[in-house]
Design a protein. Structure first.
Length: 108
């Protein structure tokens, strides 16, 4: 969503990524999922998005032609954190397996 990155000057919204948008069939509501680089900034980012909601909708209204402009609800998306956690756990398991393999070789 280049509106947030290019048209809104809010330091609370730096390093924010829109990960997905789910829109209802009637196009009246949109759930906008976002992630931030620094986990500790989720609260400030959500507050910043809520504060800028009207401005974002206004810009959207100028760009798209719909009978009704969707209400935007911003929801933190922790899927990136989950992916990183899974990756770290896989690396830990690989390291443990390598250590067990080394122990087995040394006991021969």
């Amino acid at each position: 969503m280049d509106i947030i990155q290019k048209e809104i000057d809010d330091p609370d919204l730096e390093f924010l990524s829109i990960t997905r948008v789910d829109v209802t069939a009637d196009l009246r509501e949109a759930k906008v999922y976002f992630s931030v680089f620094d986990e500790s900034k989720y609260k400030k980012a959500k507050e910043g998005l809520a504060k800028m909601n009207g401005l974002i909708r206004g810009i959207l209204g100028k760009r798209i032609r719909l009978k009704f402009l969707p209400q935007l609800t911003f929801i933190p998306d922790d899927s990136m954190k989950y992916s990183v956690d899974i990756y770290k756990r896989i690396e830990e398991i690989k390291k443990e397996e390598d250590e067990q393999e080394d122990i087995g070789k040394n006991n021969r």
